[in-house]
Design a protein around this ligand. Structure first.
Ligand code: 5GP
Ligand code: SF4
Ligand code: MG
Length: 465
């Protein structure tokens, strides 16, 4: 998911809609904005893309105020229903509050059972709602303390924004900083102009200046008194999601000091060094394979060509093809560019193999276009484990790499050869020479199975993590 919040700026909700648009890649299912105008909250949410939900001037004119938070939904818990669209707005003893969350709580089901037993009535299927109930039930003296008390009870990955009844915008990252969150500032907004966003690309779209990343375990409180930084959890280290660099974040974002684009091109260079192959063209699977293919081509000296063209106009509203039409091999998203591929030895580059469906289809397509050889190179290690921290990977039995060796996978997708980047190569590309050291700085659980945050709901016990 993507989150965006602004405090102390005119047209806060219009800025939020723009920020969400720049974060659209983080979730395309639904979008929502809650604004705060003096003491009154206003909200609008809908299923679909940001432009569809907030394209109407009449809608935007109801979202008054100088503070707002917004959210792009990419479902990890709870289905696609309007009741599962964020921000969550709730009235409680101290007034209204709105919460927007990117990540996934690993003890949400456990906490939810306890809360329901205490009489809480849940309105959604989202893990995030647990947070709202915990804040409402807290008897701590200040609103900040209530937020901290709630955060101490949840486990998991979260970058969380909250708009609170006293006019505060709060932003918080989980103790290990698994999901990103950055702070920026708009010019010419006096004491205000503060912006919190999942990625720097959302600052760029509105002309806000990047100030810094919110740190792992940091809580920032933004209100009339200015900006205050708290560390309710002490120092617990940093395990930023390495998959943000590989696939999830936008290539023009800068996260934790690393430009995402540079990380990807460097991964491509490492891949060429590790598993180079004699070939005529380097072809990315667009869009996710493009930066690493550029790196691979530069390092190997093999020309980069657009051998696969992506159609960007497939909306969710497009009719689901019938089986009959599907059997014709209708290629909605990608098509082969014969002029580039015919007779060529092709190195195909993609960021990851999850189920293997995409790779199989693309390799078939490239062969049908007349390629002489197809060598697949992947800019991540094999995805062997599900993510429980906010990326929607399927369960283990649907992950190709969980059930097959690399040789078997090559055969299943129909490639002449297949290779993945090594952990050493990946971390070298991210600027860490020492792989063991890097393994302590990033989450890479979907590749290694080393889960840095206790999986309470999955494992059924509450350890102190
Ligand atoms: P597969 O077809 O193997 O299941 O998926 C691999 C493709 O899905 C890759 O091209 C990759 O870019 C993309 N991909 C990887 N992770 C995700 C994800 O979390 N969400 C979406 N929508 N696509 C993903
Ligand atoms: Fe990122 Fe993978 Fe860790 Fe999930 S399991 S947070 S996708 S590195
Ligand atoms: Mg892709």
């Amino acid at each position: 998911c993507g989150v965006f919040g602004v405090w102390g700026a005119p047209d806060a909700s219009a800025l939020t809609a723009l920020g969400l648009h720049a974060l659209q890649h983080r979730g395309q299912e639904a979008a929502g904005i809650v604004s705060l105008d003096g003491g009154s909250f206003h909200q609008h949410k809908g299923l679909g893309l940001v432009g569809e939900v907030f394209g109407d001037e009449a809608v935007m004119s109801t979202l008054k105020g100088t503070a707002a938070i917004g959210h792009n939904r990419y479902a990890t818990t709870g289905g696609t229903h309007l009741r599962n669209v964020q921000p969550i707005y709730a009235d409680y003893a101290f007034g209204g509050m709105a919460v927007a969350h990117n990540g996934n709580l690993t003890n949400a089901a456990t906490l939810r059972r306890q809360l329901v037993q205490r009489g809480c009535i849940f309105q959604s299927g989202m893990d995030t709602e647990v947070f709202v109930h915990l804040i409402a039930l807290s008897t701590a003296p200040t609103i900040t303390d209530r937020l901290i008390e709630a955060a101490r009870q949840v486990k998991g990955a979260y970058s969380l924004l909250a708009l609170l009844p006293d006019g505060t915008l709060a932003g918080m990252r989980d103790p290990l900083g698994v999901r990103p969150l950055v702070l920026g500032r708009l010019p010419d907004c006096g004491e205000g102009g503060w912006v919190l966003a999942s990625e720097t690309s959302a600052l760029d779209i509105i002309g806000a200046e990047f100030i810094r990343d919110i740190e792992a375990g940091e809580l920032v409180i933004i209100n009339k008194e200015g900006i205050k930084s708290l560390r309710p959890f002490g120092a617990q280290g940093n395990r930023f999601c390495v998959f943000e660099y590989i696939y999830f974040a936008r290539p023009d974002s800068i996260l934790e000091g690393h430009p995402v684009y540079t990380a990807r091109t460097r991964i491509g260079r490492e891949l060429a060094r590790e598993s180079g192959v004699a070939a005529d063209v380097v072809v990315p699977v667009p869009d996710s394979g493009v930066p690493s293919a550029i790196g691979y081509a530069a390092e190997s000296g093999i020309p980069f060509e657009l051998g696969i063209i992506r159609n960007h106009y497939i909306g969710r509203t497009f009719i689901e093809p019938t089986d009959q039409i599907r059997n014709l091999g209708v290629k909605m998203k990608h098509s082969a560019n014969k002029a580039v591929l015919a007779g060529k030895r092709v190195v195909l580059i993609d960021d990851s193999i999850v189920r293997g469906t995409t790779s199989r289809k693309i390799v078939d397509m490239v062969r049908a276009a007349g390629a002489a050889e197809v060598h697949m190179r992947i800019a991540s290690p094999p995805t062997k484990h599900p993510c429980y921290y906010g990326i929607d990977t399927p369960s283990e039995n649907h992950l190709l790499a969980a059930r097959h060796t690399v040789e078997e996978m090559a055969e299943l997708i129909g490639a002449d050869s297949l290779a993945f980047i090594s952990f050493d190569g990946l971390y070298k590309a991210l600027g860490d020479e020492d792989q063991r050291e890097a393994a302590n700085r990033y989450c890479d659980a979907c590749f290694t199975g080393d889960y840095p945050i206790t999986l309470v709901d999955r494992d059924g016990h509450l350890l102190q993590a």
